[in-house]
Design a protein around this ligand. Structure first.
Ligand SMILES: O=C(O)[C@H](CS(=O)(=O)O)OP(=O)(O)O
Ligand SMILES: [Mg+2]
Length: 236
């Protein structure tokens, strides 16, 4: 099938089906947040928008990448997040690449956000819906981030339904510049386990679907068994 792999600056027009990939670390973090009880993630375009949303909605939490900052409740690190309890909370997320990529395709009829921890569920969700050709948004390094490209290509191969050996894709991600920078502690808001946590394949059984809800772009965890048609009917 004719999938497209594009960086954020290359996006032209509105894709029919978009899978936005950020392995390190936005959509690994998002998946961990859902596993820790977050009900929905609101994707914000700026840090000030994230803080304004939090201020307008008592009980909401805000997360951003980079160093911890006043007003934010968490950073973009799976290792730092995993001991938290977010039961029933709404989390506003703003990062450099991942959330920007998802907002760039907000008008697409179907948007999934993905990383290795939800790769299998993402592929099963798309196959159950018979999605057809997918536009993979490779969010890092203007489309050249190999951790994102490897994950996108892996999901693309899985869409054929064939058995796909994941280890070559994980090795590429492990050798990526983002992994090296993270491992060297060059990125802020970091835990030493972050690279390993971002390279776990299929840790979680859900896909992550982003949709406009009013004037917000909202990400939700959806069981892979829920077909696209059911989602459209509001059963997701
Ligand atoms: O937090 C991250 O890993 C990055 C920001 S940086 O490259 O580390 O400065 O953001 P993301 O949107 O998750 O790629
Ligand atoms: Mg990234």
């Amino acid at each position: 099938m004719d999938h497209h792999f594009v960086g954020i600056p290359e996006l032209a027009g509105v894709p029919r089906v978009a899978v936005v990939v950020d392995v390190m670390r936005a959509f690994t973090v998002a998946a961990w947040a859902f596993s820790l009880g977050v009900e929905r993630i609101v994707l914000a375009s700026t840090e000030s928008e994230a803080l304004a949303l939090k201020a307008r909605h008592p009980g909401w939490l805000a997360l951003k990448d980079g160093a911890p900052a006043a007003g934010f409740d968490a950073v973009n690190s799976p290792g730092l997040l995993r001991s938290r309890d977010f039961a029933g909370r709404t989390l506003v997320q703003k990062t450099t690449a991942g959330t920007v990529g998802a907002l760039a395709v907000a008008d697409a009829p179907l948007v999934l956000c993905a990383s290795f921890v939800v790769a299998g569920a993402t592929a099963r969700f798309l196959r159950a819906g018979g999605s057809g050709p997918v536009t993979f948004v490779v969010t890092g390094e203007d489309g050249r981030a190999d951790e994102d490209l490897a994950c996108a290509e892996y999901i693309g191969r899985c869409l054929t339904g064939d058995e796909v050996e994941v280890s070559p894709y994980v090795r590429r991600a492990e050798a990526s510049r983002a992994a090296a920078d993270l491992a060297a502690g060059l990125r802020s808001g970091y835990h030493p386990d972050d690279v390993a946590l971002c390279l776990e394949v299929d840790r979680f059984p859900f896909a992550m679907v982003a949709r406009r809800e009013g004037d917000l772009m909202v990400l939700r965890a959806v069981p892979a068994a829920v077909a696209v048609a059911d989602l459209a009917a509001g059963l997701g």
